[in-house]
Design a protein around this ligand. Sequence first.
Ligand code: FMN
Length: 370
Amino acid sequence: MSKLFTPTRIGSLTLKNRFVRSATWENMATEDGHMTDKLYGIYRELAEGGVGLIATGYANIVADEKPNAGMMGMYDDSFIPEYKKLTDLVHQHDSKIMMQLAYGGTKTTYNLGERVIFAPSEVAERGTQTLGKAMTIDEIAYIVEAFAKASLRAKESGFDGIEIHAAHTYLINQFLSPYYNQRTDEYGGSFENRMRFLLEIFEATRKLVGVDFPILIKLTATEFFEGGLTFGETRKICKKLEQVGADALIISGNIHGKAIDMVGESFDGYMLEKEGFFHQYGDVISREVNIPVITVGGLTDIEAIGQIAENTSIECFALSRPLLSEPNLIKRWEEGDRSPALCETCSKCRTKRGNFCVVNKERKAQIAAL
Ligand SMILES: Cc1cc2nc3c(=O)[nH]c(=O)nc-3n(C[C@H](O)[C@H](O)[C@H](O)COP(=O)(O)O)c2cc1C
């Protein structure tokens, strides 16, 4: 268990402990994605709360695509000064911060009809039923370049790295998926072709940010449905990403609201666990690559997290909902109060007034005071 509070490295970066704030959309930015006092307050709380690395909520890379209200933006240079203030604030508290960059796509019902939503093919997203526009080659090139440019802005803003969101049925995940990607050109069909979009984004980004700037990739372990991306394919993607120079991999799933009800069920040969839903998948990958693997999903008990750290090669542990409930959780654990997180994994934390825990009754007043 003590290992959890020892330093580790992600590429050129040293983290003070093994805890990561998983990327979490806060719904607290302005309409056009700019910082607010509340949002600075959220990040101050997290940095003071002891987490080694903070991933921001997903930030949109082009102005014309925004899958949710109140999300952060990184689509032009106007963001750089305010993010410099943010990264300085986090660094003052001895924490590190990366920006998660995303193109949402069809996993949204936000402002439909008002904008063009890109997709690999015209296949409705299984949950939202939203249909996107099958991208042309020029549109693919536009998004590849937008990821790279947003990453460079992140570097110029003082972020310690970036995280490419390639999970949760967002656009990159859909390109990887044989279900969503029905293309017949060089971006679809074979496994190699489905990987091309992600690899082009990675390579364009690496070229702009240089070799020393950490690039993390968040992936879905398996899509958990027949015909979707399998764990076998994800394992191959991870090896390829290691080979091209990714600095760490975050192994997630796309079923967080439902995962708690699926505990004990097996998919692609591995089982969902009560503590750390997807850690069996992360464990397999962590033994197959030589870059850090981060597990995320359903981690609430430090004793159980300690056991996973002892029994697997998983390097870091990312939490989202528990930190929406208790941003000081890691410090609390470190200082000796090792009772599990108050988080009930109920996913009621998305509210119109911002995303925070509604079960922890103190939280509403704390948010109001930020
Ligand atoms: C309110 C909310 C917002 C989220 N926003 C993001 C996001 O911006 N990017 C992302 O990759 N995942 C996002 N997630 C998923 C989390 O990062 C995490 O993968 C998931 O909640 C499982 O972890 P947990 O059990 O610790 O909450 C979000 C989850 C919640 C509850």
